[in-house]
Design a protein around this ligand. Structure first.
Ligand code: HEC
Length: 384
């Protein structure tokens, strides 16, 4: 009897296997879009700078199903795209245009979602895919000055995230004008975001993985005094596949110099701070600041204390005329950035800067209130 029983068990297991693979194989392919022809180029251009092998995101989306790959993440991708949680890009297309948008176009969104729910077809597997994004490199070419972190920073096994703040002397014998600042991560998979500033001076860059450094427009520049010291803040976070490894990073700042602007004036920050008392995190907040001098607004840097449903910054002239400066949809504190306006805005002295922030889904992720309290909006302005 025994062999018989064994045999029938094997037969049952075999039948189940057939059934399962049968279901998989017969999942209807309804998508006219395929990975190789349609989906891969979108994932490469809009997700690949993070979702690449060795990148900061937990998985590569740049293979079909080798080493994980896009198929295994199709449902998760659909969810993240529909909820606009990925890619981390918050500028609302109905607001003022900002430079270097990472948003998917409606057509790109349709292609990826149709593919994800429509059987995830591969297409012609023999077709060569277009080149992958370049690994971390200087996006504006070799900088005029590079400044490396004084020492490696290590996250031991089991340490998942950590913040570091270091000062780095420039040792520049004379004052300089800076048109752009970039960061070259030493270990790209763990460098999640960075802030580069002159000590007691200008914020030179708000850096996120794979982003191109954007030069200040129209010959404008940041001023750094002779012998300036730079302050580098990095937030490290390991992707889950590396959580048990010890990982070290030693990143490098790159500065790009330029001539003194014709006006002789540097880019300065005008800050508008939210209310000091925490208030009710669930209530919309409206608060204002004033431009004490006339100036041209080049960029805005929101520093969030919590996720918001929406965030709008509007300039209100004495006449009551309203000029929108920034409109964000569901911004999250984990992904801070400097939004460079596609069209800088001239504002007269006395203009009111009005900020309206509606609360977002507070349960959707860790709050980072202690890091950035209160909510602050900084405007990068060239005084007139
Ligand atoms: C700037 C970097 C970056 C870009 C660009 C980006 N992602 Fe992500 N993505 C991440 C990180 C980092 C995570 C891990 C979650 C976290 O720690 O915030 C993630 C998580 C995800 C997840 C969930 C993984 C999980 O563990 O459940 C999906 C799905 C995803 N991304 C899809 C996309 C798609 C699709 C795109 C492009 C349209 C994209 N991402 C663009 C960085 C990025």
């Amino acid at each position: 009897m025994r062999p018989l029983v064994k045999l029938s068990l094997t037969a049952v297991a075999g039948a189940m296997l057939v059934a399962i693979t049968g279901v998989e194989a017969h999942k209807a392919i309804t998508s006219q879009y395929t990975y190789n022809d349609d989906v891969f180029p979108i994932l490469r251009d809009k997700c690949g700078r993070c979702h690449m092998e060795g990148g900061p995101a937990p998985m590569s989306l740049l293979t079909y199903n080798e080493n994980g790959g896009a198929v295994a993440w199709a449902e998760s991708m659909r969810e993240m795209l529909i909820s606009e949680a990925m890619p981390p890009w918050y500028a609302d297309p109905t607001g003022p245009a900002v430079k270097n948008s990472h948003a998917l176009t409606p057509r790109e969104l349709d292609i990826v979602v149709t593919w994800a729910v429509g059987g995830t077809p591969r297409g012609d597997g023999t077709k060569a895919l277009a080149p992958l994004p370049a690994p971390a490199q200087w996006t504006l070419g070799e900088p005029d000055l590079t400044l490396q972190m004084p020492a490696e920073h290590t996250l031991g096994p089991g340490v998942i995230d950590d913040s570091l703040e270091v000062t780095i002397p420039t040792k520049l014998g004379e004052a300089k004008w800076v048109r752009a600042t970039d960061l070259l991560p030493g270990t790209p998979s763990m460098v999640r975001r960075a802030l580069i500033a002159v000590e007691n001076g200008a914020t030179l860059a708000v850096w996120e993985p794979g982003d191109e450094a954007i030069p200040a427009p129209g010959g404008s520049a940041f001023h750094i005094p002779a012998n300036a010291v730079l302050r580098l803040q990095i937030h490290y976070k390991k992707p889950w596949r590396e959580e048990q490894d010890a990982k070290s990073d030693r990143s490098t700042i790159g500065l790009y110099f330029t001539d003194e602007p014709l006006s002789g004036k540097d880019i300065q920050a005008v800050t508008v701070n939210g209310p000091k008392d925490e208030g009710d995190a669930l209530q919309p907040r409206v608060f204002t600041g004033t431009m004490t001098a006339a100036g041209r607004v080049l960029a805005l840097r929101p520093s969030l204390d919590q996720p918001y449903g929406s965030l709008e910054v509007t300039a209100v002239a004495a006449s009551g005329r309203r000029v929108p400066l920034l409109k964000l949809r569901a911004p999250r504190p984990e992904w801070p950035r400097r939004y460079w306006l596609a069209d800088p805005v001239e504002l007269p002295a006395g203009t009111t800067i009005e900020v309206t922030a509606t609360p977002g889904d507070l349960d959707s992720g860790p709050l980072m209130k202690p890091l950035n309290f209160p909510l602050q909006i900084a405007l990068d302005v060239v005084p007139q």
